[in-house]
Design a protein around this ligand. Structure first.
Ligand code: ADP
Ligand code: MG
Length: 305
């Protein structure tokens, strides 16, 4: 067994399955694990001694933090992670990488730059370019998605050009940024979640959308089963996590007729679906990674950027 470490899990709710499993896995391996609500952390920003306060207490810097930052609190949550980084604490995922992964457009651009396969996507500002925006992803049927959405909310399948125009008008009216995207019909409503820890795919599952639905999200009634992935898929998943700068990532792929395409890279992937579909101890993998690589001061950015 490794030396006991002090680990904080930055999570708003200690009763969540993922949070409970991470705490349990850490304790099983002999570590001191504490759940800290990132929204109750407040920070003292000063030149020489950055501090994180919590409900009146000044927190002793732990050896590592495990950020489990919800999408709705990304701005505040990453500021707290960054403060820990400034104190030399090792974050399982760095604040910059988390911020990057939360912006679908930025993520796709970063992945495209390195040659990762993606559904062909379009982005435009002016309503004058609506026709082209639809045509450059191959026309209807096409997918239209909000840049900041999770759990399948804000992802729409437009079956016809008319439907696409209406959705685009609606999103523009709400001043929401969105992408148009090639519809990967051949995937038949399924995608593959590859769970990456420390540069390796430690588990993978296939998620299938329920009847009459194209989104495979578990929150939309999708079901998950363990799946064997190909060496190419494995390589795409590990490369995508690396490009995003994430030690822990849920990389979502679809099997398209032009090879595996990455849909998104999640920086706080849930454990419940993947652990129950595969029977693997993923929380244990995360703790092991910290034991091996999570040395204090090993943060690459130290709160920069
Ligand atoms: P979210 O962040 O809301 O999960 P995703 O981009 O992952 O958004 O899309 C949700 C689901 O919709 C995916 O898991 C997939 O099943 C389906 N989907 C998304 N984009 C496409 C696409 N281009 N073609 C076919 N299905 C898609
Ligand atoms: Mg998704």
């Amino acid at each position: 067994m490794a030396d006991p470490l002090n680990i904080y899990v930055l999570s708003r709710n200690s009763r969540l399955y993922s949070t409970r499993r991470i705490v349990e896995a850490g304790k099983t391996r002999g570590h001191n694990v504490r759940v800290v609500d990132p929204l109750r952390c407040y920070v003292k920003i000063s030149a020489h001694r950055p501090e994180v306060h919590y409900k009146g207490e000044i927190l002793t810097p732990p050896d590592a933090v495990i950020p489990r930052i919800g999408a709705s609190v990304t701005f505040y949550g990453t500021a707290v992670v960054r403060q820990f980084e400034m104190m030399g604490v090792f974050p399982l995922n760095e604040s910059v990488a988390i911020s990057r992964s939360r912006d679908k457009l930025r993520s796709l651009q970063l992945l495209a730059r390195r040659g990762i396969g993606l559904p062909v996507s379009g982005f435009a500002y002016s309503p004058d370019d609506n026709d082209d925006l639809i045509n450059l992803v191959g026309g209807a049927p096409l997918v239209i998605k909000l840049l900041e959405g999770t759990q399948g909310k804000g992802v729409v399948l437009a079956e016809t050009t008319k439907a696409a125009e209406s959705v685009i008008d609606a999103f523009r009216g709400l001043k929401a940024y969105f992408l148009t995207q090639e519809f990967i019909r051949e995937a038949g409503g399924s995608d593959i979640r590859c769970f990456v820890v420390g540069g390796k795919v430690v588990a993978s599952m296939k998620r299938q959308a329920k009847e009459g639905e194209f989104r495979s999200n578990v929150h939309r009634g999708g079901s998950a089963t363990s799946v064997r992935i190909t060496p190419e898929e494995r390589q795409v998943a590990t490369r995508a996590a690396k490009i995003m700068g994430l030690n822990v990532a849920g990389v979502d792929l679809m099997r398209s007729n032009h090879g595996p395409v990455v849909l998104e890279v999640n920086s706080s992937p849930g454990l419940e679906g993947i652990e129950s579909a595969t029977g693997k101890d993923i929380a244990g993998n995360m703790i092991q990674f910290i034991e091996k690589d999570g040395k204090a001061g090993k943060t690459r950015t130290k709160g920069r950027g």
